[in-house]
Design a binder for this molecule. Structure first.
Ligand code: ADP
Ligand code: TRP
Length: 325
C-alpha cells in the first residue's frame, strides 16, 4: 500500500481503558509505521462535556502520557493537542458557512440529547463541523475511527465537497477507515466497555486494582462441568485479545471441554493483561518522571501541525475571497 496521510483524534474525557486500546490506540500505533500520521488529543471536543478545568488539563496530559507509553512514536507520528492549532478553529468557521442545519440536526450526538429533552448548546450542535475542520486541515486521506464516528466522517466529506464545489479543489476528500474490533471489547459486565457504562478497566490502573475488578466480573451460573462456547463469553473474548494464537486455542479448547471454573479464567486474564501492559507501564512511569519531555513532544507536534494546517487554511481563505493578496 502506498503511504497515506492518516489522522485521528481521541477525546481526553477520562483515563483510557482496554476498549480504547484494542478499539483505537493499537490501530493508531500500527498505522504510524507505513504512513504519515497525525494524532491529536481532542480537548476542544471534550469541552462540550468536561466543564472542570483541572480535570480537562489532567486528562489531556494523561492522554499524552498514555499514548506515548503505549508506543506512539513522536519520531514517526505527529502528536499534538487540538487547541494548540488555532488554524483549525478558523477553518471551522469557513466550513460552518457551508454546513446545512438539517445535516447537523441528523447527527447522533445532538439528536440523542435533544430526544432526551436535554438542553444542547451550539458546541454540541456544531461538533461535527469542528471535526471536519480537524480532518481537512491536514489534507488527511484516511481517518481511522470507531463505528460511532462514521457519520461524522460523512458530514466531513459533504462539507468538503460543498466547499470545493463553490470555490474549487481546496480540500482533499478523506475516507473513514473502520477500525477492526471497534465496538467489540466487552466490559466487566459483558456489555460494551465504555466510560458511560461504568464497566471499564483502565490500561494503567494498578495491577492489584485490575485483578480485583477482573475477579468481580459477571459470569453466568452454569455448572463447572458443562462445556461452553468460548466465543460468546466475555472473559474469553478479553483473554483472546491479550494472548497469542496458541494460548487462545488452548483456552477455547478448555471452554469446549468444560470442567473448569471461571475463577481460574479470571486469574489467567488478570495475569496476561498485567504482562501485556508491563512494558508500557514502565515507560509511563519514566515519562512521568521526565514530564518536560512530554511538554517538548507536544510543543514540537503543535509546530508541525500548525505548519500544515496554516497552508491549508491559507489555501481555503484565498479560494473563498478572504485574502485580498
Ligand atoms: P467511551 O465509550 O469509553 O467514552 P470513547 O467514545 O471516548 O470511549 O472512545 C474512544 C475510541 O475508543 C473510539 O475510537 C472508540 O471506537 C474506541 N472504543 C471505545 N470503547 C470501545 C470498546 N469497548 N471496544 C472497541 N473500541 C472502543
Ligand atoms: N469525535 C471523536 C470521538 O469522540 C474525536 C475526534 C475529534 C476525531 N476530531 C476528530 C476523530 C477528527 C477523528 C478525526 O471519538
Amino acid at each position: 500500500m502506498t503511504s497515506m496521510r492518516i489522522l485521528s483524534g481521541i477525546q481526553p474525557t477520562g483515563r483510557f481503558h482496554w476498549g480504547n486500546y484494542f478499539g483505537a490506540i493499537r490501530q493508531y500505533i500500527a498505522l504510524q509505521e507505513e504512513n504519515e500520521a497525525y494524532y491529536f488529543i481532542a480537548n476542544l471536543h471534550a469541552l462540550t462535556t468536561v466543564r472542570e478545568p483541572q480535570r480537562l488539563r489532567e486528562a489531556t496530559r494523561d492522554a499524552a502520557l498514555d499514548l506515548l507509553a503505549l508506543g506512539l512514536d513522536p519520531q514517526r507520528a505527529v502528536l499534538f493537542v487540538q487547541s494548540d492549532v488555532p488554524e483549525v478553529s478558523e477553518l471551522c468557521w469557513l466550513l460552518m458557512t457551508v454546513a446545512p442545519l438539517g445535516l447537523l440536526e441528523r447527527c447522533h450526538a445532538f439528536k440523542e440529547k435533544k430526544a432526551r429533552g436535554l438542553m444542547a448548546d451550539a458546541g454540541l450542535f456544531t461538533y461535527p463541523v469542528l471535526m471536519a475542520a480537524d480532518i481537512l486541515a491536514y489534507d488527511a486521506d484516511l481517518v481511522p475511527v470507531g463505528e460511532d464516528q462514521v457519520q461524522h466522517i460523512e458530514v466531513c466529506r459533504d462539507l468538503a465537497r460543498s466547499f470545493n464545489h463553490l470555490f474549487g479543489e481546496v480540500f482533499t476528500i478523506p475516507r473513514a477507515q473502520l477500525m477492526e474490533r471497534a465496538a467489540k471489547v466487552p466490559g466487566t459486565d459483558g456489555e460494551k466497555m465504555s466510560k458511560s457504562y461504568g464497566n471499564t478497566i483502565e490500561i494503567f490502573e494498578e495491577p492489584a486494582a485490575v485483578r480485583k475488578k477482573v475477579m468481580r466480573m459477571t459470569t453466568d451460573s452454569r455448572p463447572m462441568e458443562e462445556p461452553k462456547d468460548p466465543e460468546s463469553d466475555h472473559l474469553y473474548q478479553l483473554y483472546a485479545l491479550f494472548v497469542g494464537e496458541g494460548e487462545r486455542q488452548a483456552m477455547a479448547d478448555l471452554y469446549r471441554r468444560g470442567g473448569f471454573g471461571y475463577g481460574d479464567v479470571k486469574k489467567q486474564l488478570a495475569a496476561v493483561a498485567e504482562q501485556f501492559f508491563a512494558e508500557a507501564r514502565q515507560r509511563r512511569a519514566e515519562l512521568v518522571r521526565h514530564g518536560e519531555r512530554v511538554d517538548e513532544i507536544l510543543a514540537q507536534g503543535a509546530v508541525r501541525a500548525r505548519r500544515k494546517a496554516g497552508d491549508v487554511l491559507r489555501r481555503a481563505q484565498r479560494a473563498c475571497g478572504l485574502s485580498i493578496a
